[in-house]
Design a protein around this ligand. Structure first.
Ligand code: NAD
Length: 361
């Protein structure tokens, strides 16, 4: 069988397999690499070739000769002459972010953003790998933009006060953001609708902002659910009151398949200090910040793919996750029929969308 590693869209830096992944896969597969696929992540064609990859210049040729197409979310034109019978990627299909109409080619299409968040699937969990790096990079980006130091520094010229960071949404990205900001010496506070996150926030040495009355659903697979209007208003009001002294706000609150909740309203924007920064990691699903054209004494960075700025590190994790998924797929005799992991990630088969959450939507 043959694998093709595809080049991503022009605005992405990551690549879905590292040279080390290619070396491991080359034991059982012919691995073809679209020329230049890894360049922006720091991997040259020569490195891939050295690790057993075959560099292919012509995309049509690549698509026509591979059984399995691998990428993060590369464009695969529906009219391409692909003979592939499987696509593995991370197309954020519930959010409709990337076009995946190639499923009509009657191939099996697995999108790893749909994987169940179970212990068994942990080694394949692309969302966690990339969210963690995005959370880290959000702090670096914020700290770079604020004209202040993060820790308290006492010196010959006096004492500099520590920076204040607020993290909204304490999933994988939020937790990494808190840990990173704490490591840098900032004073950190955080909020999430899932009550269990309070302990995680406090164990990292940050302050949890308590707001009673959130709805939770044990059946939601660990994810948050949409809240009522009254509760949302209370959250926005409380956050607005807690904004005045904040230098960097990192928002990560998302509800899978839904628009992101607004957490920063107009009052909060007005309350912000001059020169403060908001990094909105929920931007791809609408963002956590109200779209208001008020005079901007703060800066807003809306970017859900900050992990892409760390393309080398992101690609190493992404590649390992994809290889682990492929290994799991190889081991399953019934393929998608009975296995929770394969069934969970299978978007389409035989030209039909089969994933229940996509059919519902
Ligand atoms: P996510 O990206 O879907 O959302 C980020 C955070 O936003 C979540 O913590 C969510 O509770 C929060 N949020 C949603 N609405 C909010 C609101 N109105 N106000 C404040 N916060 C709000 O989440 P994620 O990072 O993908 O993690 C989701 C869950 O999956 C977590 O419980 C995480 O621990 C769990 N998880 C489990 C595994 C595993 O077991 N293998 C792996 C990864 C994540």
């Amino acid at each position: 069988k043959s694998i093709a590693l595809l080049k991503e869209k022009d605005d992405r830096n990551i690549v879905a397999l590292s040279p080390a992944n290619v070396k491991a896969l080359a034991v059982n597969y012919t691995v073809m690499i679209e020329s230049g696929a890894g360049l922006k992540a720091g991997f040259t064609d020569d490195e891939y070739a050295h690790h057993g990859g075959h560099i292919i210049e012509n995309k049509e040729k690549l698509l026509a000769n591979a059984d399995i197409l691998i990428s993060y979310a590369a464009e695969i034109p529906v009219n391409s002459f692909t003979e592939a019978n499987m696509v593995i990627g991370c197309y954020h299909v519930l959010d409709g972010l990337d076009d995946f109409s190639f499923y009509k080619k009657k191939l099996e299409f697995y999108s790893l953003d749909l994987l169940p968040r179970t212990t068994l699937a942990q080694s394949m969990d692309v969302l966690s790998s990339l969210a963690s790096l995005a959370g880290y990079q959000a702090v670096i980006e914020g700290l770079n933009k604020v004209k202040k130091v993060a820790p308290m520094i006492a010196g010959a010229g006096g004492t500099l006060q520590p920076m204040h960071v607020l993290v909204l949404g304490v999933g994988v990205a939020g937790l990494q953001a808190i840990a990173t900001a704490k490591r840098m010496g900032a004073v950190v506070s955080a909020f999430d609708v899932r009550k269990q996150t309070q302990l995680e926030v406090e164990s990292l040495g940050a302050k949890f902002i308590e707001i009673e009355g959130a709805k939770e659903d044990q059946e939601s697979g660990g994810y948050a659910i949409e809240q009522g209007e009254d509760f949302n208003q209370m959250v926005q009001d409380t956050i607005a009151k807690n904004c005045e002294h904040i230098d960097v706000i990192i928002t990560t609150a998302r509800i899978p398949g839904r628009k992101a909740p607004i957490l920063i309203n107009e009052a909060a924007l007005k309350a912000l200090k001059k020169d403060s920064i908001i990094i909105d990691l929920a931007a791809s699903t609408g963002g956590n910040v109200i779209q208001q054209d008020i005079s901007k004494h703060y800066a807003l960075v809306s970017n859900s793919e900050l992990f892409d700025q760390l393309a080398y590190s992101s690609s190493l994790l992404l590649g390992n996750n994809i290889c682990n998924f492929l290994k799991h797929w190889e081991k399953q005799a019934d393929k998608d029929e009975k296995d929770d992991i394969l069934k969970g990630a299978l978007v389409a088969k035989g030209g039909q969308i089969v994933h229940p959450r996509l059919i519902q939507n």
